[in-house]
Design a protein around this ligand. Structure first.
Ligand SMILES: [Zn+2]
Ligand SMILES: [Zn+2]
Length: 176
C-alpha cells in the first residue's frame, strides 16, 4: 500500500492501452497524455502542422522540429508498462502521406530469417488519415471547366462565322 502508482494506461481519446510503438504515451506541455496515434490523427485534421492543441484544456504544444514522435514520453505511464515495452520504438511521422511508420533499427537486418513472425504480427506503418486537400485544387478544377467552356464558345463562334460567310457568298451569287 505504501507505493501505489497512479497508472492510467488508457489513452483518453481512443481508450486504447498505451504501448511502445504507435500508441506511445506522449506528454503535452499542459501535462495531459495521449497516444502518438491520436496526436498524429489530430495533427492531420489541423491546418497548423507545427502545434498540437490539447483536446482537454486547449493549450498548444509546439511540435518538435524532428517531428511529432519526438515529443516527450510520459515516464509515469512508461514505468507502468511491462518491462519489455518500456523501450519506445523509433517512429517516423510523414504528414504528407498521413502515415506513421517504424524506422528500421540497425539490428533489424541481423534477424532477417527469424523476423518472419515478428514482421507479420507488428504493423510497420499506420495510416492516420488523409492530408487536407489544398484549397487551390478546387480553383484549378474551376478554371479547367472555364477552359472547356471557352473552347465551346470558340467552336460555336467559328461555326457561326463560317455559316455567315457561306450565306453572304450565296447571297452575292444570287444577286449577281
Ligand atoms: Zn489514443
Ligand atoms: Zn491539456
Amino acid at each position: 500500500m505504501s507505493e501505489e502508482k497512479d497508472c492510467d494506461l488508457e489513452c483518453a481519446i481512443c481508450f486504447s492501452i498505451y504501448n511502445n510503438v504507435f500508441r506511445a504515451p506522449k506528454l503535452l506541455v499542459c501535462g495531459h497524455t495521449f497516444c502518438l496515434e491520436c496526436l498524429a490523427r489530430m495533427n492531420m485534421k489541423s491546418h497548423v502542422a507545427e502545434a498540437i492543441q490539447c483536446p482537454i484544456c486547449r493549450r498548444l504544444t509546439i511540435v518538435p522540429k524532428e517531428g511529432l514522435p519526438k515529443l516527450g514520453n510520459d515516464s509515469n505511464v512508461l514505468s507502468c508498462l511491462p518491462e519489455t515495452m518500456q523501450r519506445i520504438h523509433s517512429i517516423h511521422f510523414n504528414r504528407g502521406k498521413g502515415q506513421l511508420f517504424v524506422k528500421k533499427g540497425p539490428g533489424s537486418q541481423k534477424k532477417k530469417v527469424k523476423n518472419k513472425v515478428f514482421a507479420s504480427s507488428v504493423s510497420q506503418s499506420l495510416d492516420v488519415g488523409r492530408p487536407l486537400e489544398p484549397d487551390n485544387r478546387r480553383e484549378q478544377r474551376q478554371s479547367c471547366w472555364c477552359c472547356v467552356h471557352k473552347s465551346y464558345v470558340t467552336i460555336i463562334t467559328v461555326i457561326l462565322v463560317t455559316l455567315s460567310v457561306l450565306i453572304s457568298s450565296v447571297w452575292v451569287f444570287v444577286v449577281h
